[in-house]
Design a protein around this ligand. Sequence first.
Ligand code: MN
Length: 153
Amino acid sequence: MANILIVEDNALNIKLFCDLLAAHGHTPEAVSDSRNALEAARQFKPDLVITDIQLPHVSGLDLIRMIRKDTELASVPIMAVTAYSAVGDEERIRAAGAQAYVSKPISVVRFAQTVDDLLAKGSDIDPTGQAQASWANESNGGPGPTDAGGEES
Ligand code: MN
């Protein structure tokens, strides 16, 4: 059981992620406007942050960098979710400070596995991301059902 902050501007994805996390016994809280995300994180004190990358106002990459620089939040594990996976995107997301990366439309199995992995390993996070290189790659790609998801907005 964990407190998980979701930063996502698409209402259908918010519902999907919240339902999935609640079904796994977690307590999700969603922020649809990324300008409010840092303050929400300070108040909610999440065990994990799940953020969209394509966000208006404050991009997911900028939000990840802001969290990593925040004295209270710097060690919180971050999982990025993005609809686009152009060459170099994953590297940019990891360089910003996220530990894991999941593509939309999400595989519900992989989504849940990645959440479990991050919650289990979160206390070992190296802010540079170097120590996660070996296991973090497990969070993306590979076979799996893509039976849920939503259009990016
Ligand atoms: Mn979006």
